[in-house]
Structures are given as C-alpha cells and as structure tokens.
Write a new protein. Structure first.
Length: 293
C-alpha cells in the first residue's frame, strides 16, 4: 500500500521532470545530488516503479513517470494552495514581509528594500534574515520566508524571479598593485581561493570559467567565508574573486575583471512564490528594486 509519500521527494521528482537533470534539480533545491537521488529512489520504491531513466544522453521519463508525474504536479499545487489559504485566513492583518538575504547581498539593496516597503499600498515592516543559499531556499519552500534575495546562479522551479541588481566582479591578488582591468583569460592563469558553495560565490566562479571553457585553478584549502579571502590573499595563498561591494574598503588593491573588454558582472535576483498571500506586494517590491538599479 502506498502511504506517507514524502512531499519533499515529490518536489525533487517534479524538479527533475522540469530540469531534465538530477544535478540541476539538486542545485535548484540547494541539496546534494546524492540526497536528491536517494529521495527519488525511496519515492520510486513506494510507488512501485521507476519515474526516470538515466543515460549518457540525459534524463527521460519512463512510461510510468509520464502517467504519474502530472499527478505529482497537481498534488503539489494543491498542497501549496492549502498552505497559502491557511496563511491568508489565519494572518489577515499581517503587516510583515519576511525577507531572506544572501551574505553577498549589498547593504545598498537592503536599504532600498526597507525604503520601498514603506511605499507599498499597505505599508509593511521588513523582517530580515541573513543565511546561506540552502537555508534561504528551504525557508522559502516551507513558507517561513516570503521573498529571498540571492545571486542568480541556480534555478528554482515554479517560483517567480526578478533580476534586481548587477555588480562588477573584481580580483584581489597577492601582487595587486595596479588597477588596470584583468582579462578573464589572464585570470585563468591564477590560483583562486574558494569558499564553501553556500553563499553563491563559488557557484558563480565555477560557472564563469565553465561557460568560457577555461580550467579553474584553485588553492587546495578552503576559506570559511568570503570575508576572509582578502586576508588569505595577503598571505600569498592565491587570488580571490568577489563582488566589488564586498571589498573591506575601496582602497583595497584590486583589478576589475573583464571578458574581452566587457565588465564581468554578477547578477542578483528576488525569488518568491506567486501563490503567496502577499504575492501582489512582493511583485511590486521586486519590480521596484529592479527599476531602481
């Protein structure tokens, strides 16, 4: 008998169906690929058959999956509707917008958001939570946050997205003495210090080099967060790539990163659920942040 289907596993299956990739689905939900694969394997065991076939050509739905996955999508939509309606009925006078922000989000964006919530048709309080990407995604999925501001480095299926800011990327090196732009091809010769793949910076860095079909040379160790990267470059351990606003001061020696003369930028986005009881205000807030950039 099929019972106690895990909603999280259902969401994993839906993400794989949408992205046609186990790795892309894992990135979308901020979990490891083994965790996602294990969740889907347990779901398939409960359902009694496989949902997906994997081959060197990619992921395809089985005949069983073609019949079951639309039902999973409808079930999740109904489950989300239950949560949204419950919040609407139990919190009719709610005056808060709960916003999660990645550590990479600049203070100027946060200040802009505080100003803009006061200009909404119904002025609201903004309650902030800073956390890493996985925590922010999980809280948004669970309804514990209304909107998140994160680097635009991974898809989140079925959520609304709006690019709200772009920022130049700079390179800090042990021998940074000149401010002349550094071409990405030249940067490929340097050894970069990376941080855990939690705030989005490492994902951005690896995607940038992969998109340009360049090897990324990395220091064998790992910094705890982007905040210590400058200190480690001073020790001569390697170079660091960061958004310009995350330099500890404008006077820190650095070089703008360019690709064939064009400024390399990192994009930041607002992500929220269209089914949120605050959906109209969240859309206004995201649009206002995007317009003001």
């Amino acid at each position: 008998m099929i019972d106690r289907l895990n909603p999280e596993a259902l969401r994993y299956a839906q993400a794989v169906a949408e992205t046609k990739s186990f790795s892309a689905a894992a990135r979308a939900y901020g979990v490891t690929q083994p965790a996602l694969s294990n969740g889907i394997a347990k779901l398939e065991e409960r359902l009694g058959d496989k949902l997906f076939d994997r081959s060197p050509r990619g992921v395809t739905q089985t005949a069983f999956g073609v019949r079951i996955l639309p039902l999973i999508e409808r079930a999740l939509a109904a489950l989300d509707a239950v949560g949204a309606e419950a919040r609407r009925l139990t919190e009719p006078g709610e005056q808060k917008i709960r916003m999660g922000v990645s550590p990479l989000i600049g203070s100027h964006l946060v200040a802009r958001a505080f100003s803009m919530v006061c200009d909404l048709p119904v002025p609201r309080d903004l309650v902030l939570r800073e956390a890493n990407m996985q925590d922010l995604r999980e809280c948004l999925l669970a309804g514990r946050l209304d909107i998140i501001l994160i680097p635009a480095v991974a898809a989140m299926p079925r959520f609304e997205h709006r690019v709200i800011d772009v920022e130049p990327v700079v390179v800090v090196s042990p021998d940074s003495v000149e401010a002349a732009p550094l071409e990405l091809e030249e940067a490929g010769k340097e050894c970069f210090i990376l941080v855990p793949d939690t705030c989005g910076l490492t994902t951005f860095t690896t995607q940038l080099f992969r998109a340009n079909e360049m090897p990324l040379h990395t220091y064998p160790g790992e910094a705890a967060s982007y905040r210590v990267l400058e200190d480690w470059t001073k020790l001569g351990l390697g170079s660091a790539m960061v958004p310009r606003s995350k330099l500890t001061s404008p006077g820190v020696p650095h070089r703008p990163l360019v690709n064939e003369g064009r400024e390399v930028q990192i994009s930041f986005e607002a992500v929220w659920s269209a089914d949120s009881p605050l959906g109209a205000d969240l859309l206004r807030l995201a649009d206002s942040l995007a317009t003001a950039r």
